[in-house]
Design a binder for this molecule. Structure first.
Ligand code: MIC
Ligand code: SF4
Length: 643
């Protein structure tokens, strides 16, 4: 028997079905779940539709962090819906003002060795404390909330050895970007990144969180760090010493692949427009004029990050042309910044203080000017993500962001000579009064009604798979289409997350605004290259196109979460046997796919191109369980049959 790495140990302890053979579907028992105010609406509606009386997990939470601008009634309606559903169904409700789900969850709820399933792709952040923390669509999370396992293909575990130590002004963000530089935005697909090695002795939990957070940008399922002395110290400072358990890979454990990074060799890095995988040295883009610097997001909004920013800004001001915005990650961080006087440093520097929320990160406020350059500490710089389609976003460390904010141009932070010394409190404020507990199980919760304002629309229902799918190619797209391309972020669209008919009008809005109308008139296919659906977990990117009449997606390959979401809503994810065949599928071509009586996993189907007369082989690379759900019209229908 080979010695087990840490990820395999956690998987083994949570294995509900399947074998730990890479690529084969496994079911995992889920300890904790999280949803938020952009994904939770659907998850709660689906939980309700599944007729679960109450959550069956150790702990389930709803966070209010994405949709808190409240320019109309929609967001507040959504909050009231979520709060009332949480109270009734046994979930904890983190109110607006408490912070970004991943930062708050790390501080207050993540536990080493647990499984966490979150309706958000950056749920991976929990890997910082040795938790197996995975992002998924809202429907998968709703099912896990009901006590059912979560299914995924058994990952390959990529062992990443960290040696050396960070040089002057090189930070965890630069490590996260170095991993992206090496793996690209698809190199982590099918993998979990597990870290080990001597450098971990100096990598704090919040630094690990930055790395775990951005692991999803490589396409990886998640990242896992050991639970060691630094984890113990973190949990003690968070007032949770009892949550600590030591966890590590067994000695000389085997991995499915290996990588090694010497932290001493790293330089300050930047992900350049328009992909987190387009990584260059900051020195290579230094001198680029910057219109906006935005510091915060679930990647870099810890107390350590922001104290370091305050040190750099202290006593200096930003130039007149530049807008500096800072959004602390949690109320705990915000309060401590205030106690330390760091907020005063921010204010004096000319910074604009934002709410403790996602905010600028996904276009909810602070959109840069037309053709503007924005330097951000967040994790995604996809086109249009900021709310300004023509803006160029660079992703950097908080230190690079702060130094550049003062200079007004992208600046290598090593220009600052002295070290930055910060100290963290022995004990953080652990006031959880903004986390509202559920009503006790029994008559009290059963009597509660769920508040439904006009923004809460009923769930659409879908028919089972027909014998043949005929449709037109609605869009022919390239590689790495993101879910931000399929359903853009931004305050006005996010406000419609509880309303599929309304939000469906924005599908592919930045690529082809005529798509929704065309798709409604005739069934259709979307055709794309590699890694279709990378990025966020938003299931609306599958659910809303299906609502409009999309029949399936034909692509060279799919991103994991989006592929699962397509199946969950009865949409066929068809993978081209030969990537060259992509050229034979053009917008406007009429296609027909005959569905055999006996569908099976990994079956080859034929796409008949009725326009050109060509037959194109495609594979349906899904599990037995997914075949069944596709046949029945999606996971809701399948669950209704089996329960
Ligand atoms: C994101 O960072 O893209 C989001 C907004 O947090 C999404 C969630 C969503 O779109 O609902 C994610 O990462 O899953
Ligand atoms: Fe929020 Fe941005 Fe993190 Fe998504 S990536 S959870 S939008 S802060």
């Amino acid at each position: 028997m080979t010695n087990l790495n840490l990820t395999r140990q956690i998987i083994e302890r949570h294995l509900a079905s399947g074998e730990m053979v890479p690529g084969r579907e496994i079911g995992l028992k889920i300890d904790q779940t999280l949803v938020h105010d952009a994904t939770g609406q659907m998850a709660m509606l689906q939980f309700e539709a599944l007729e679960f009386p109450r959550v069956a997990t150790r702990k389930s939470l709803v966070y209010t962090d994405h949709n808190i601008l409240q320019v109309g009634f929609e967001n507040a309606d959504d909050h009231a819906f979520l709060a009332s559903a949480a109270k009734k169904f046994g979930l904890y409700y983190s109110k607006a003002g408490n912070g970004i789900c991943h930062q708050v969850n790390l501080e207050s709820f993540s536990r080493p060795g647990d499984t966490l399933l979150g309706a958000d792709s950056h749920t991976t952040t929990g890997g910082a404390v040795g938790e197996l923390a995975i992002g998924a669509g809202g429907l998968d999370v709703a099912v896990a909330m009901g006590g059912y396992p979560f299914f995924l293909p058994m990952p390959e575990i990529l062992g990443i050895e960290l040696t050396g130590s960070f040089g002057h002004m090189v930070r965890a963000k630069d490590l996260a970007l170095e991993i992206l530089k090496q793996l690209g935005v698809a190199g982590g697909r099918g993998k979990i990144l597990e870290f080990y090695g001597p450098a971990l002795a100096d990598l704090t939990v919040t630094e690990r969180a930055t790395v775990a957070n951005m692991s999803i940008e490589t396409g990886a399922i998640t990242a896992v760090f050991p639970s060691d002395d630094l984890t113990r110290s973190f949990l003690e400072r968070q007032g949770r010493p009892a949550d600590f358990v030591p966890l590590a890979a067994e000695p000389a454990a085997a991995y499915d692949g290996y990588m090694s990074i010497d932290l001493s060799s790293l330089k300050p890095l930047a992900a350049c427009p328009h992909s987190p995988g387009n990584v260059k040295e900051v020195a290579q883009v230094a001198g680029t004029k910057v219109d906006q610097v935005a510091i915060g997001s679930c990647t870099n909004s810890s107390l350590a990050d922001l104290l370091s920013v305050a040190e750099i800004l202290r006593g200096r001001t930003v130039p007149p042309h530049l807008s500096l915005v800072i959004a602390p990650g949690s109320r705990q961080v915000y309060e401590e910044l205030a106690r330390r006087g760091a907020l005063a440093d921010f204010i004096a520097s000319g910074a604009r203080l934002m709410e403790v929320a996602c905010g600028f990160c996904n276009g909810v406020g602070q959109a840069p000017p037309t053709d503007g350059v924005s330097l951000r500490t967040s994790n995604r710089n996809f086109p249009g993500r900021s709310g300004t389609p023509s803006a160029s976003l660079y992703l950097v460390s908080p230190e690079t962001a702060a130094v550049s904010a003062l200079k007004g141009v992208i600046t290598d932070p090593r220009e600052i000579s002295g070290p930055i010394n910060i100290s963290l409190p022995d004990r953080f404020s652990t006031d959880l009064s903004l986390v509202i507990p559920p009503a006790p199980a029994g008559p009290e919760s059963e009597a509660l009604t769920i508040i439904r304002g006009p923004n809460i629309a009923p769930l659409p229902r879908f028919a089972s798979l027909p014998k043949s799918i005929d449709g037109e190619v609605m869009l022919a797209l390239g590689d790495n289409v993101t879910t931000d391309d399929i359903l853009p972020a931004g305050a006005h669209i996010l406000a419609l997350r509880a309303n599929i008919p309304a939000i469906s009008k924005y599908i592919f809005h930045n690529i082809d605004p005529t798509y929704p109308e065309r798709q409604k008139k005739t069934p259709g296919f979307v055709v794309a290259g590699l890694n279709y659906g990378q990025g966020s977990s938003r299931e609306h990117a599958a659910l809303a196109p299906r609502y409009l009449g999309l029949a399936g997606v034909i692509a060279v390959s799919f991103a994991r979460i989006h592929k699962a979401n397509l199946c969950n809503f009865g949409l066929l994810p068809l993978e081209l046997n030969n990537p060259e065949d992509l050229k034979a599928l053009e917008k406007g071509h009429k296609l027909s796919v005959t569905i055999p009586e006996q569908l099976a996993p990994e079956i080859t189907l034929t796409v008949k191109n009725l326009t050109t007369g060509r037959n194109i082989p495609v594979k349906l690379m899904v599990s037995e369980r997914q075949i069944e759900m596709l046949a029945q019209g999606g996971l809701l229908a399948q669950m209704a049959q089996t329960r």
